[in-house]
Structure formats: C-alpha cells, structure tokens
Design a protein around this ligand. Structure first.
Ligand code: 6PG
Length: 232
C-alpha cells in the first residue's frame, strides 16, 4: 500500500488537490472519476477555485463515481456538490461532465442511460479515479454484501439495506481498470478500516485496488494505520 501522509486535514486537502493537478498535467483526453461524500468536497473547492486554470485546456471528462438516488438539486446529491465546488466557476469549454441523471427514471434505467452515454462518448478507461472510503470499506456505492460487487458493464443500480436507499454507481471492473487511483481518507474513523485493508481483508475498496498499477492512499495522520507503521 502506497501512502502519502499529511499532518492535518487541511494539508491533506491541499496535498490531494496538488496531486490531482499534477496527475492531470500533460496532453490528450482524460477521464476523471469523482468520489462523492464529504471528504473530497474541500479538494474540489480548491480545484474549482484556483486549480482549474492549470488544466482548463486539457480535454477532460469528469464523471461521478456514484450517486445517491435523489434529485440533482437535493442536498445529498453528489452531482450538486460537484457543481457547487469543482464547477463553481463553470465548466471549461474543453471539459465535460457525465453524471447520473437521477431525475430521468428509476435506478436501473438511470444506470443504463449513464452507461449508454459513457459508450457514446467512447470512454475506454478512467485516467484518474478519486475514491472515497466508507468505514465499512465501501467505495463509490460498492457496499459490502450488495449485488453491486458482482455487476458487470459500466454502471449499476444498487439497493443499500444499511441506508435503506437506492444508489447508482460505477462497477467494480470499471473502477479497477483506472490507470491511477487516489483513495482520499481522513479522520480517526477511517483508520480502523484501513487497518483491515492493510491486514488483507477483502473489502470492496481492496477489490477495487487489487492489481492496481498506480494506487495511492492520501491520508491524514489520524487515518494512517498503526499496522502500516509497525510493518515498516
Ligand atoms: C458517496 C461516496 C462514498 C463516500 C464514502 C465516504 O456517495 O457517499 O461516493 O463512497 O466516498 O461514503 O464518505 P465521507 O467522505 O463523507 O466519509
């Protein structure tokens, strides 16, 4: 496991933004999968305020990694959070944003429509996947014990009993094929699950990272697992 450890959440936030911008230097089309949740929000705020100018000329397709099945103007919407942060100053002309259009149908048809659009755009592989981590080891909406983990294709709907809610998400095969992955995690409550990953437990995040060529854990000191410290 490759770790970059930051002494505080603020340093993690700015460090993650810098790592993303560094990764997106260069030419040619790029596809960036965006995690939802609270951890990446300040990272997207930095990218949307001062970072975007550095990558505005590159043809970037931003895609939501997953979505809560709520309207796009709902406070829980990942797409809404991304619009308010990463795209606070608008979307550069060379960029495009592919989201799950939860306003246009039921979970299965929304996932299918997203997949159709993905294929229309000719997306073959994620260039950079920004992943969050739940304390149960989920990432995107690949929750433990759900059928999402067995889904093929590009996107799938999933009912999450623990949350009593539907979600739509990129699938394990698509996330696993990303060229580069950054798992961004902060806080004491994430250390225990990272320790479980470091100990070899097969959680959804572990399965996404399996065989990954270029995967990095960007964590603050509170989330950094002692097991990794001891195994040094
Ligand atoms: C979501 C995310 C999800 C998130 C984790 C961690 O839609 O919520 O895609 O996978 O990354 O639940 O969330 P926090 O960053 O809020 O702890």
């Amino acid at each position: 496991m490759n770790f970059r450890i930051f002494e505080s959440v603020d340093e993690l936030t700015s460090g993650a933004a810098d790592a993303i911008l560094d990764e997106l230097r260069g030419d040619g089309p790029a596809v960036v999968a965006l995690s939802g949740g609270s951890t990446p929000r300040p990272v997207y705020e930095i990218l949307g305020s001062v970072g975007m100018d550095r990558i505005a000329s590159r043809a970037i397709t931003w895609v939501t990694g997953d979505e809560r099945f709520v309207p796009p103007d709902h406070p829980d919407s990942n797409a809404r959070m991304i619009q308010q942060t990463l795209f606070a100053r608008g979307i550069p002309p060379a960029h495009q944003f592919l989201r799950f259009e939860t306003e246009n149908g039921d979970p299965a048809s929304v996932a299918a429509a997203f997949e159709g659009r993905w294929r229309e755009l000719g997306i073959e592989r994620i260039t950079l996947s920004i992943l969050g981590l739940g304390s149960d080891g989920h990432t995107a909406s690949l929750f433990p014990g759900t059928n999402a983990l067995d889904a093929g294709g590009v996107a799938t709907e999933v009912f999450v009993p623990r949350l009593d809610t539907w979600r739509v998400t990129l699938t394990l095969p698509v996330l696993r094929e990303a060229a580069t992955m950054f798992v961004v995690a902060a806080g004491e409550d994430k250390r225990a699950v990272i320790e479980r990953v470091a100990a070899g437990e097969e959680l959804p995040i572990s399965r996404v990272l399996q065989g990954a060529g270029n995967a990095w854990w960007l964590v603050d000191r509170a989330a950094y697992p002692k097991i990794a410290e001891e195994s040094k």
